[in-house]
Design a protein around this ligand. Structure first.
Ligand SMILES: *Cc1c(COP(=O)(O)O)cnc(C)c1O
Length: 452
């Protein structure tokens, strides 16, 4: 039997722990309601696309292990880079000290990013990369003696789980209980679009108009505008156009505010280009990167700023310093993994540029077969589609959970966001493997969805 025993009572599981393989008595799992969750699946090892489970089965990791893995699991070039670095320098304080992996990685990132982004600040997870960008933007104006208090963000946004990032994220199930502690943010609609969407242009014009109104009615008040460019991840793989981003850039420039790109998920090839800003052919003032940065091996993040922002902190006045840093800032192992991953990105560019075509072909076939599937959209390696059912759309829609369970039984790891079914495979997936994955999804949908 596949390991998806329904509803396990946490109290019971504690008592019976010795007797069976149920929820561990000493682990508090993330994003998991222990009382109603199925028992977690134990993974023994992984190779390329495949996770090997404790029971010996192999399942295809079609979500790149929460969007972090790029080149497949256990890629030997990254394994080797980490091992080599660990034997030489595993970790050292990064204030007052530096090391070659951090220096090389900063240079290589800057070489790949739009040319205005020149200063790399290291941290160790996506939420922190965004938190740092918000602090940089806020202090930028303070340092220039023109303080600004407000941020603009987008409906449906997800920027992380810390307080600052929850504040600029959509007020949702995730942040509801902390609402009173979050600073005020002005939210604008995100012009989510999909294949064959006839209203895309109107939606974009409407969003841009609302942004313009905000900027006009609060002149010199906005420290910055933060957006997940091209794809909103956790909010349901909602996609917007490059043209919208270019117009947003124009507005930010016209009204002299900072544009922050949260590319924690979209970075490093996910959208079919190195970065979403490259695909959209425009330049943000700050960019946040994490998730795929180490190829999915180690936690690492960067916030990259323009020279103009950096210069506002460059001063004899100690109050103008960016007083931020973490114990594992610029960890040498993470940097070494990131350097190896960048090399693989260069070597294997077709792997992430051609997937868009494969996705669209297969997803279109599914959409034609199941009338419940709507809003087909693909951006590079990310493919998504909504499932219409009787329940309310959103994270709590049960169809996602059902699909996830059935998918495991069909040897495929999927983790739909409520009623949004999406794929985000590692770049090592072959055309034949992807075709097989879609066949399995077809079988799953056949079980889960009612056929007319
Ligand atoms: C995952 C994610 C984050 C948060 O990153 P963590 O490493 O989980 O803290 C921030 N922004 C976006 C767009 C993300 O997808």
């Amino acid at each position: 039997p596949h390991p998806t025993t329904p509803i396990i009572n946490y109290q019971l599981s504690t008592i019976n722990y010795q007797l069976s393989t149920i929820m561990h008595p000493h682990i508090w799992y993330p994003y998991t309601q222990a009382k109603t969750a199925s028992e977690p699946i134990e993974v023994k090892s992984a190779q390329g696309l495949w996770l090997e489970l404790a029971d010996g089965r192999k399942i295809a990791d079609c979500i790149s292990s929460w969007w972090v893995n790029l080149h497949g699991h256990a890629h030997p070039q990254i394994v080797e880079a980490i091992a080599r670095q660990a034997a030489q320098l595993e970790q050292v304080i990064f204030a007052g000290f530096t090391h070659a992996p951090a220096q090389q990685l900063a240079s290589q990132l800057v070489a790949r990013l739009p040319e205005n982004l020149t200063r790399v600040f290291y941290s160790d997870n996506g939420s922190t990369a965004v938190e740092v960008a918000l602090k940089m933007a806020y202090q930028y104006w303070a340092n220039r003696s023109t303080p600004r208090q407000r941020f603009m963000a987008f409906e449906g946004a997800y920027h992380g789980d810390t307080f600052g990032t929850m504040a600029v994220g959509a007020r949702s199930l995730f942040s509801e209980v902390f609402q009173d502690l979050l600073f005020e943010v002005d939210f604008c609609p995100y012009p989510a679009t999909w294949d064959g969407d006839l209203e895309a242009i109107d939606k974009e014009a409407n969003c841009l108009e609302i942004i313009r109104q905000n900027l006009t009615s609060h002149p010199n008040c906005y420290a910055g505008i933060i957006i997940e460019p091209l794809v909103q991840g956790a909010g349901g793989m909602r996609m917007c156009s490059s043209e919208f981003l270019r117009q947003l850039r124009e507005l930010a420039t016209e009204f002299d505010t900072l544009l922050i790109f949260d590319e924690v998920m979209t970075g490093f090839g996910r959208t079919g280009a190195d970065f979403a800003c490259n695909r959209a052919q425009m330049q943000p003032d700050l960019i946040c990167l994490s998730k795929g940065i180490t190829g999915g091996f180690l936690p690492l993040a960067v916030t990259v700023a323009t020279e103009d922002i950096y210069e506002s902190f460059y001063s004899d006045d100690p109050t103008k310093t960016l007083y931020h840093g973490h114990s594992y800032t610029a960890n040498p192992l993470g940097c070494a993994a990131a350097l190896a991953s960048l090399e693989l990105l260069t070597q294997n560019q077709p792997a992430y540029t051609q997937m868009e075509f494969w996705h669209r072909q297969h997803l279109t076939e599914l959409a034609n077969k199941y009338p419940q599937l709507t809003k087909l959209r693909v951006m590079g390696t990310i493919a998504a589609i909504d499932i219409n059912n009787q329940e309310q759309a959103g994270y709590l829609n049960n169809v996602g959970r059902k699909i996830g369970h059935h998918a495991i039984a069909h040897d495929v790891l999927l983790r739909p966001l409520g009623n949004v079914l999406y794929l985000m495979p590692p770049y090592c997936i072959t055309e034949a493997e992807l075709a097989w994955v879609y066949t399995q999804i077809d079988r799953v949908l056949d079980k889960v969805l009612d056929r007319p």
